[in-house]
Design a protein around this ligand. Structure first.
Ligand SMILES: Nc1ncnc2c1ncn2[C@@H]1O[C@H](COP(=O)(O)OP(=O)(O)OP(=O)(O)O)[C@@H](O)[C@H]1O
Length: 306
């Protein structure tokens, strides 16, 4: 598999302040990669370094096999970038602005812009300065997607978008992936990238704290179970079952955490009369919250630096 982005030992100091600390990361071509972290974690810093908008204090960056500094012009033609603080000339109409940016990229068919504007419900005749934050963000999204770049780098792309438009955006990301494009997108909310990302990385205070596939993270999530029985049950009968931890039995009510298959627990419970069953899946969001705050995540994914 080709590598779209390779960061190695990347460090960025802002004076005495550290923006990024020895960060290594690889994004394979064709992947949708979610880059997650709380405010101030270093997401925008990483993205700006990838595009040579700022220079690293240490470490190296390769994007599409090129050096962003030496090959800036060649590289920028192959990338669609949405900045976290996307700004354009507010006096222009949205359509004029997009036509201008399309020309800079060697020409984009008007029908392509119209189609994206239609899907995102953006009025191309409105002046940019009259647009709401969310509608301005749509202009930013269209300019990033419209020339079908090999690599999309999107800094907080869903910022300001309402849920319906967020869904349209996610559809656009899925289509880009189906067309073989690579998407690197930052967010501070897991649920925004969960549906489309193949892989996610989490950073906190300028350091990478975990990276793994969304599927693997999901597989590590667990169930919080409560079973009500008609009669009191013995804790010992359940304590030995595979995957059962944090077991508590109070009279005829059992609560536990269950990792993996529920088969053994269900079969053991079925030896008794079950009057109630409640199983709640631990949300990926909770797992990420634990990473964000630096607590030990309940289900600890290994660090996978691949
Ligand atoms: N130009 C700068 N000068 C000084 N410090 C900076 C500068 N840019 C960023 N920082 C600091 O570097 C750290 C990382 O900032 P960065 O903008 O990369 O975070 P982020 O993860 O993108 O956050 P957000 O979600 O809030 O956009 C923060 O502590 C920030 O204050």
């Amino acid at each position: 598999m080709n590598t779209a982005i390779e960061l190695s030992g990347l460090t960025k100091d802002y004076g005495s302040r550290r923006g990024l600390n020895d960060l290594s990361l690889r994004v394979e071509a064709g992947q949708v990669f979610g880059y997650l972290g709380p405010n101030g974690a270093g997401k925008s810093t990483t993205i700006r370094l990838m595009l040579d908008l700022i220079r690293p204090t240490g470490g190296t960056v390769r994007v599409l096999g090129l050096d962003p500094r030496a090959d800036a012009v060649r590289l920028h033609r192959r990338i669609g970038y949405l900045a976290g603080d996307f700004v354009v000339d507010g006096r222009q109409r949205a359509g004029e602005c997009l036509a201008f940016l399309g020309d800079l990229r060697g020409g984009v068919p008007a029908a392509r812009v119209l189609d994206l504007a239609d899907r995102l419900e953006l009025d191309l005749s409105a002046r940019v300065k009259s647009l709401s934050k969310g509608n301005r963000q749509k202009v930013g999204l269209i300019q990033a997607f419209m020339h079908r770049p090999e690599l999309l780098i999107l800094d907080e792309p869903t910022s300001g978008l309402d849920p319906l438009v967020q869904q349209t955006f996610l559809d656009m990301v899925s289509e880009a992936k189906a067309a073989g494009q690579t998407v690197f997108m930052s967010s501070h909310i897991m649920s925004e990238v969960e549906a489309v990302a193949d892989r996610v990385a989490i950073i906190r205070e300028g350091r990478l704290v975990a990276t793994d596939t969304v599927a693997a993270l999901r597989a590590r999530s667990f169930l919080q179970v409560r079973i009500d029985f008609a009669e009191p049950v013995a804790a010992e009968e359940f304590a030995v079952l595979p995957g059962v931890t944090e077991l508590e039995v109070t009279g005829s009510t059992l609560t536990c955490r269950l990792d993996g298959r529920p088969d053994a627990l269900v079969k053991t419970a079925a030896r008794h009369t079950v009057t109630g069953l409640h199983a709640e899946s631990q949300d990926l969001e909770e797992l990420f919250h634990a990473y964000y705050t630096g607590e030990n995540p309940a289900a600890t994914p290994h660090k996978d630096m691949a």
